[in-house]
Design a protein around this ligand. Sequence first.
Ligand code: ADP
Ligand code: MG
Length: 374
Amino acid sequence: MAQLKVFVISDSKETRYKLKSVLETPDIAIVGYGDVHPASTQKALGLAPAVVVLCYENETVFELAERIYQNVPGCSIVLAAEKLTMQVVRKAQSCGIGMCVSLEEEPQTILDTVRRAGALGHTRANIGSARIGGESRVVSVFSPKGGTGKTTVAVNVASAIAGMGRKAAIIDLNLDCACVTLFLDMQAKDTVAELSQERGNLTMDALRTYTVQHYSGLTVLAGPNSPEDGEFVQARSVEAAIAVMRPFFDCIVIDLPANFEEHTLTALENSDLVFVVLQPDIASVKAAHMSMTILNSLRMGEKTKFVYNKSAKNSFLGIKDARKALGRDPDYVLPFDDQTADKCQCIGRPIVAEASRTPLGRQLKAIAREVMGG
Ligand SMILES: Nc1ncnc2c1ncn2[C@@H]1O[C@H](COP(=O)(O)OP(=O)(O)O)[C@@H](O)[C@H]1O
Ligand SMILES: [Mg+2]
């Protein structure tokens, strides 16, 4: 059975956690979180949820509800408030909110309300316009340790998805030392730093002027050309870029830096999948373990997958050490092949194109296929 896709809008972390623990059941999936801010309309467009749960924190929610009602086809809106007054309910009805529920109700009541709203949204979608967005996937590639192969994995998975004839994009969020364009032998005048200067409501037409196109069909939003430029990039711009791009791509891969700063967290929060890349050395295994703890505490454990890169028979540490540290098997294993990896990097060609028949190339393509659902 298809899960009911729910988008939660709240400025409060506690409310988001509460709704996550109440709503995440086998038939409901929370596809994203947004703030009570106009940018959440764009995000809702990209995520194409069946239900938006909008938390009443102040009067601005009504403006946002109206925007979502008018612009996001087929979704129905539930207003969730700590305390529901008649005045709030009346106002809600006048701006497209289908149902209201108090957060003080029993979890079952909140669940039932969201399920009923889902059925209502379905009816609206069938009457109204077609849904845009579909099953777009945002994949962040991460490790708090440098050199494990994040960029290698990000570039190759994204290129392989483009090679499958799917619409793919890659965003380089290494604000200090971006190198996705280097791996692809490309140059970008405009980058995520220039994009951050864009004022007003970001549209895909505007965003496209900051991207470059790889011959494989991959759209590249390059990282800043210098660390000084990187300072201009705001986490909010990252979130807006992902939201605007989502409806236009089957997959957006984000190459993340080795830190847990605000931009990284924003990307992780807005991703459907997080790949934590590790390699057979003690520091990277420790970093992977730390990532797991942090991602679990941020309730992102379920979407986290471990990519054990540079696996070699003769390395001192092996997969079993990683398994011991993580308490689970890595989800993917990539073989050590420095000749292929380094050569492809030097000539600026993806491994999945230049060395697609090597075990490393095959494994990278297999990951790409799995990301896109087999
Ligand atoms: N499977 C692999 N086998 C051998 N070397 C690899 C492999 N994957 C990546 N490398 C090499 O490891 C180095 C770091 O890779 P990179 O993708 O830049 O890591 P990160 O983005 O995590 O800093 C590069 O020299 C790259 O060629
Ligand atoms: Mg990198």
